[in-house]
Structures are given as C-alpha cells and as structure tokens.
Design a binder for this molecule. Structure first.
Ligand SMILES: Nc1ncnc2c1ncn2[C@@H]1O[C@H](COP(=O)(O)OP(=O)(O)O)[C@@H](O)[C@H]1O
Ligand SMILES: Cc1ncc(COP(=O)(O)O)c(N)n1
Ligand SMILES: [Mg+2]
Length: 572
C-alpha cells in the first residue's frame, strides 16, 4: 500500500534533515505503513512499518499569507483551487453544480471536468449521457497541466475507463490531496455508475485517496452488500474500507434509519471519530453528499487537516440544510438546498454590500458596566445611540455570560439592521458567527485577524486595535478592513492602556493602508481636535463613555454627530 501525502513530510530514519523543508505548525507522531519519495513533491518512500515524525510543510494558505506579508498582496495571489471530476445535474442540486456552489461559498476556486450530463430534477434521474472517455481525458489534461490545482474531488465516474484515465492523469500531475466521493446511486435510487466501476475505485483510486466518503448504500456495496444499520456497523465498515487503501474514510450516516442525529464515522487507520450534527427535518437533502465532499476538498485546499476539513464541511451542510429547510424548488420528494444561504426571502433583508469606511464616522462602543449603572439593557443603549446618529455599533461585553451575550447581540443586530447600521462584536468571533454579525473588532491579544478572517469569510468586517505602524501593516496583511488607533487621550474605560496621543495617532494614520478610527477618551470636548489632525484615512471617532455613561444617550450622540459634521466641513 502506498500513502501519498503531499501536505506532509515523513522523514524516515537516516534521511538528512536538510532535505526537509521548513518545519512549521508543530508536529505529530504517527505511523505510516509506507510512503513514497519524489524530490519535486516532497513525498517519501520507506519500508513498512516505519515510525515517522510527521512535519507539516507550509500550507498554501500560509504561503499565500507569507506572499501578502512580503507586499505582493495585490499582484500575484495563489488562490486555493479544487478540481471536481463529476457529473452535471440539470436540477443543480447535486453533482458539478453543487460542487461549484459549495466551493464558491467557502471562497475557493473550483474548476470542473464533466464526466456525464444527467437529466435530473427533484423527482429523479430521467437520463444519463456519458462524456466520451477521451474527452474527459482532454478536459483533465487542460486543467491539470495549466491551472495549479491543489485538491481533486471526484463524484460521478460512470465507467471503469474514466477511473483509469483519471488515475493516470493524477500520476502525471500529482496534487496535494484527493477526495473520493464514490457516487453510485442518486438519493432518488437511480444508478449513476455501473458495478465495474467498483473494481476501478478499489484498485486505482482508493490507494491514492486522502479520504473516501461513502454513504451507507455505497459503503455496503463496496463491501459486497453487508447490512449497515447501526453506528457500530458504520465503524466496522469504515475499518474495512480503510483496508482498501485510502488514508482516511468517512462513512456518512445521512440515511441511517431511526437516528435523531446525522452521525458520520471518520476513521484514520488508528482512531475513530464519531461526528454528529442535528438531523434537519427537510425534504431538501439532494446533493448533501456532493456538497460535503466539495467542502472537505475546499477546506483542505485552504490548509486544513483532513479531520478539521470534515468537521467544517459537516457544519456547513448542517447550516445550509437548516437555513433552507423551508425552501420549495420542484415538486418531487428530493429538493435542492441553498449553498449560498441567501436565496431564502425570510428575514435578513439587510446584507452588507462591502465595507464602507465612512461607516466609521461615529462609532459607538457599548460598555456593560455603564449600562448597569444607568439601568438599561444593551439593546436599549444601542437603539438610543443609533437614534442619535451612530454610524456603526460595536458590542463590547467583557463580563456577560455567553448565552446572554448571544441573546443580546441578536436583539441588537435586529435593531441595527432595521436602520441599515452595521453591528460588530468585540473579540468574540464565536458570538459574531453565532448571530451572523457584520464582523468583529479584535485587539492585539485577541484572536489574530487572519484567523478571524478565515473563520468569518471574505465578506465580514474585521477591525484591529493598533498602536504602531508595524501593527497597522500587520493588520493590513492579515486582511483586516480598518484599524482602531488609541488611546488618543487617557481613558478610564480601558485600564493599563497606554496613550498614543494625537502625534501617535497621526503617525499610525500616515503609515496605515487601512482606514482608521480614533479611540480612547474621545468626547464632545476633544472630538474636533482629533479630526483636525487632518489625515485623509482618519474616518471617524469611536466613543464609549461620552455616549453610554450619560443620562441621555441619544442627545449626546446627536451633539457629537453635529460637532463631527462641522469639523469635517471645516477640513474640506
Ligand atoms: N437531514 C440531515 N440533517 C443534517 N445532516 C444531514 C442530513 N442528511 C444528511 N446529512 C449529512 O450530509 C452529509 C451527506 O450524507 P448522506 O446524505 O448520507 O450522503 P449522500 O448524499 O452521499 O447520500 C453527511 O454529513 C450527513 O450526516
Ligand atoms: C450528477 C450527480 N452526481 C451525484 C449525485 C448524487 O447526489 P445525492 O446522493 O446527494 O443525490 C447526483 N444525484 N447526480
Ligand atoms: Mg444524501
């Protein structure tokens, strides 16, 4: 058995360390039965069994981030790239169309080699037209020889000939990882691949695969028809399929009878992981398998480990199903779902159209102690600030219990969005994700902005507190949208927070490639002096006590708004 793992280096006994590229992101101990060595792809071959230390080489994401740090952010950027080799579904719920939507939703480029065109809808598959093998080969060659594919994901492979063509091309053009979804039958029960394909999968593709993702029916077919009815059956199936050669196996339990949760079993040759999601009650599950495999491929292309990728993918499918459970498309029993989370017309009327730096103009930051002192709820405070003219809200709740914070944040989001005002969450990326806030604001000791960006996706607003030009530079290369700079003046809101003063603020503004909002001790008495430092990327002031430690928040906000307007018009 050969294990191809491009993302890892397996230094075998006696192998000189200087042949190992950068050692980063820590290491794990593992056992590999054998592996391969080619100089160019950094994969090693050994005699089984070999105990190895597994070093992670820099992922594409890390390399891209490095590139960005070196300042070539806008010139050449390597975009994570998944190639899907699968069938077209005219109803667009599964197959190539699901793959494109899933990768798009995750922010990964997806190229497509089409193996068959199906006439398909929510009722079933009415026809299959296979693409000639030599033309599939031509598509493969076109993409693989030119477009720097990171991960290949396979779906419907209608004949053994297609499997052979693919495995041949993958040997010629090796990729970082291979995700095999052994599609055989559609959810509607229609045949998508003949029985001969089984041998092809087992002999040609599984040994090269980093993960194989059969559903219950497929796992049973691969194992000669064994009955799979319980989670224990799924575990033993995962083990038996692993013995066919793939690095890891995910047996999917979407169709497990009588199960309240959607349970999948992941096996990496040593450990089992039981991955559970709540089972969404919906008819719209057509394409869940294709979507899951594409999300795994996309996450691996971005730099996740296989297990991490599976967890994220499962969460994506669960959220997408939940979001689209009431969607009505087609009349049959198997509807598609909404990968882009946006088709549904209920709620969410406000969506951010990109970050607008002028939103930083009057930036209101809440404070739970002040709300407590004045006996008001966070949402009442937020409403009053918006009534007075606040242009963006940040919820800064250092003491609240998570559940209370989530509830309050939800209420505040509703209010803010009804006025078209963006709502950010201080520090707590989890809370921002939970309520689908417009973004987060993080400090230097909070979650790094590039990690927050990876978690929140490209559309959300990310702000970073910076005191120096170096931190501002870092925020920019981490993918932040704006920086908060302060303390402009001394403040009691934040203890042990050194003041940078107006000079420090000006230095950071001049150095920053991002728009800046000033913070720290700003109120009616000094807001104009702040704006008057006269640097064009200083877009506004952020205030806490000057609004929230006052009897009437709305009128204080109104006064500050008009002062700022005057200051800006004087500067023009
Ligand atoms: N109703 C559901 N609610 C939540 N997750 C589901 C549901 N149905 C399927 N899944 C999940 O979707 C993924 C695809 O599973 P499955 O439907 O078994 O595969 P396939 O689409 O290949 O038949 C799995 O992670 C499974 O647990
Ligand atoms: C072209 C194509 N590829 C794959 C599937 C399986 O998807 P699912 O099992 O979710 O119906 C499908 N129905 N059509
Ligand atoms: Mg399914």
């Amino acid at each position: 058995m050969v294990t191809l793992v491009h993302n890892y280096v397996f230094p075998l006994k006696g192998l000189p360390r200087d042949q190992i590229s950068t050692v980063s992101e820590g290491f794990q101990f593992g056992r590999v039965s054998s592996c391969f060595f080619t100089q160019s792809r950094r994969v090693y071959v050994g005699v089984p069994p070999v105990t190895a230390i597994r070093y992670r080489i820099p992922t594409l994401m890390a390399m891209r981030d490095e590139g960005a740090k070196r300042g070539n952010r806008s010139s050449k950027q390597k975009v994570p790239h998944v190639l899907t080799v699968a069938g077209s579904d005219s109803g667009a719920g599964a197959g190539i169309q699901a793959d494109l939507k899933a990768c798009g939703a995750i922010g990964v480029y997806c190229s497509t080699v089409i193996t068959a065109v199906t006439a398909q809808n929510t009722i079933g598959v009415q026809g299959v037209h296979s693409v000639p093998e030599n033309f599939i080969d031509e598509q493969l060659r076109s993409v693989l020889s030119d477009m720097e594919v990171d991960v290949v994901k396979t779906g419907m492979l209608p004949s053994i000939g297609v499997v052979k063509v693919l495995s041949h091309r993958l040997k010629e053009f090796p990729v970082q990882a291979l995700v095999v979804d052994p599609v055989m039958v559609s959810t509607s029960g229609d045949l998508l691949a003949g029985p001969s394909v089984l041998d092809g999968l087992r002999e040609e593709l599984f040994p090269m695969a980093d993960i194989v993702t059969p559903n219950l029916k497929e796992a049973s077919t691969l194992l000669g028809g064994v009955k799979l009815e319980t989670v224990a059956d799924m575990r033993s199936a995962a083990k038996s399929i692993h013995a066919l050669g793939p690095r890891t196996v995910l047996v999917k339990g979407g169709d497990l009878p009588d199960s309240l949760d959607a349970v999948d079993i992941f096996f990496d040759g040593e450990n089992f992981h039981e991955l559970s999601a709540s089972r969404i009650k919906t008819r719209n599950t057509h394409g869940t398998g294709c979507t899951l495999a594409s999300c795994i491929a996309a996450e691996v292309a971005k730099g996740s480990s296989i297990l991490q990728a599976v967890k994220i993918a499962k969460c994506f499918v669960e959220s997408a199903l939940d979001y689209s459970k009431e969607l009505v498309i087609g009349t049959g029993p198997q509807g598609p779902f909404d990968h882009l989370f946006k088709l549904s017309s209920n709620g969410n009327s406000y969506r951010r159209q990109g970050f607008n730096p002028s939103d930083l103009f009057l930036y209101a930051v809440t404070d739970s102690r002040m709300n407590k002192k004045w006996g008001r709820s966070i949402s009442d405070a937020v409403k009053a600030a918006i009534d007075g003219g606040a242009t963006i809200i940040q919820l800064r709740e250092k003491e609240a219990e998570t559940r209370d914070f989530v509830d309050a944040a939800k209420a505040c989001k509703e209010i803010a969005h009804s006025y078209g005002v963006p709502l950010l969450i201080n520090d707590r990326v989890d809370v921002a994700l939970a309520i689908d806030a417009d973004g987060v604001h993080v400090g230097q000791s909070d979650m790094p902005a590039h990690v927050a960006r990876r978690l929140l996706g490209p559309e959300k607003i990310i702000g970073v507190s910076c005191k120096t030009p170096e931190q501002a530079e870092q925020a920019w290369s981490d993918g932040a949208d704006y920086i908060g700079c302060g303390g402009a003046y001394t403040t009691k809101t934040k203890e042990n927070n050194p003041t940078v003063g107006l000079d420090g603020l000006k230095t950071v503004c001049l150095a920053s490639k991002l728009p800046v909002v000033a913070i720290g001790g700003i109120g009616l008495g000094n807001a104009c002096s702040v704006m008057e430092i006269g640097v064009s990327n200083l877009k506004g002031v952020a205030v806490v006590s000057a609004l929230f430690d006052r009897e009437c928040i709305a009128s204080e906000t109104r006064k500050l708004h008009s002062l700022l307007m005057d200051a800006v018009s004087r500067l023009k």
